[in-house]
Design a protein around this ligand. Structure first.
Ligand SMILES: C[S@@+](CC[C@H](N)C(=O)[O-])C[C@H]1O[C@@H](n2cnc3c(N)ncnc32)[C@H](O)[C@@H]1O
Length: 277
């Protein structure tokens, strides 16, 4: 199976998103924790806030999850009205208002009413990211700012290899299926061209880093956070998780650490004066 073959239809399924994957922030938080060991560490909410220096009025964080960006913006930009939006009511439970439960593809905002939107690590959950991009262009003011983020195809490739090897062991095959890769529906590699269909002045900020894990737990918790999509993984999930932990433990005992190469990025663009069709 190719890497692109590991896109999960369930990664866009509303029921899976709202009940299993993001019913609470447990799985998202497990993925966020892995980045605490990244070098260099990137303060993503601060980087996004820098690009909102000229913004005023209403800013919406669409797919805000557990509010990492919301908290930073509300603390550092009290002059803005920062609205958190997510498809999952459950993940918004701990957030402060204003909050809206809504689908990024049909936003309950008037056309031209938002001065900026954030859509961080989220567009790849849409069945058709272009539908979402058109909707975002609609709700933004002319010359409004859109900030988004995603991962490159080669992001965390060492984890992909580890999972495939573990899956191969479990299945008794020379090569196992790739793990579910959410960002493949909207990878960083393609994002500038896709955004340029609807927005002007697309700028890409690369955010590379390396994570060196010296114990298996954070990487295994990262794998386990994909449990909502286990049925699409093409392999018994729990046994593969256990085998990956064995392999990772052996690697760390032998080499002292397991290195993961991160390739993500943030994109900043502007709404054109005249909407594109
Ligand atoms: C990977 S998390 C990213 C959370 C946050 N933006 C961050 O970067 O930390 C994706 C979020 O998008 C939300 N989401 C998925 N599909 C959505 C949709 N169609 N409309 C709005 N939110 C959606 C999920 O519930 C989840 O909270």
């Amino acid at each position: 199976m190719t890497r692109s073959g590991a896109q999960s239809p369930a990664s866009t399924d509303r029921h899976v998103i709202t009940r299993e994957a993001y019913g609470t922030d447990a799985h998202l938080a497990a993925r966020q924790r892995l980045y605490q060991a990244q070098h260099p560490r990137h303060d993503l909410p601060a980087i996004a806030a820098d690009h909102l220096a000229g913004a005023n009025g209403i800013v919406a964080d669409i797919g805000c999850g557990n509010g990492w960006y919301l908290r930073h913006l509300r603390q550092h930009r009290p002059d803005l009205v920062v609205v958190g939006v997510d498809l999952s009511a459950g993940i918004l439970a701990e957030q402060r208002p204003p909050l809206v439960v809504a689908d990024a593809q049909a936003l309950p905002f008037a056309s031209g009413s938002l001065h900026a939107v954030l859509v961080m690590h989220m567009l790849y959950h849409l069945p058709d990211p272009d539908t979402g991009l058109r909707e975002l262009a609609r709700v933004l003011t002319p010359d409004g700012t859109l900030i988004t983020s995603t991962n490159a195809r080669a992001d965390k490739r060492e984890l992909d290899q580890l999972w495939s090897q573990a899956a191969a062991d479990v299945l008794g095959l020379p090569e196992g299926p790739h793990r579910i890769s959410l960002s493949q529906r909207f990878p960083l590699d393609d994002a500038p061209a896709r955004l340029a269909r609807y927005f002007d002045d697309v700028r890409l900020v690369h955010l590379p880093g390396v994570i060196s894990v010296t114990e298996p737990a954070p990487a295994i918790a990262h794998f386990a956070s994909y449990q909502a999509w286990a049925a699409d993984s093409g392999v018994p999930f729990e046994p593969t998780l256990a085998r990956a932990e064995q392999r990772l433990t052996e690697t760390i005992e032998r080499d002292g650490a397991f290195t993961i190469t991160c390739q993500s990025g943030m994109l900043i663009c502007r709404t054109p004066a005249e909407p594109r069709t």
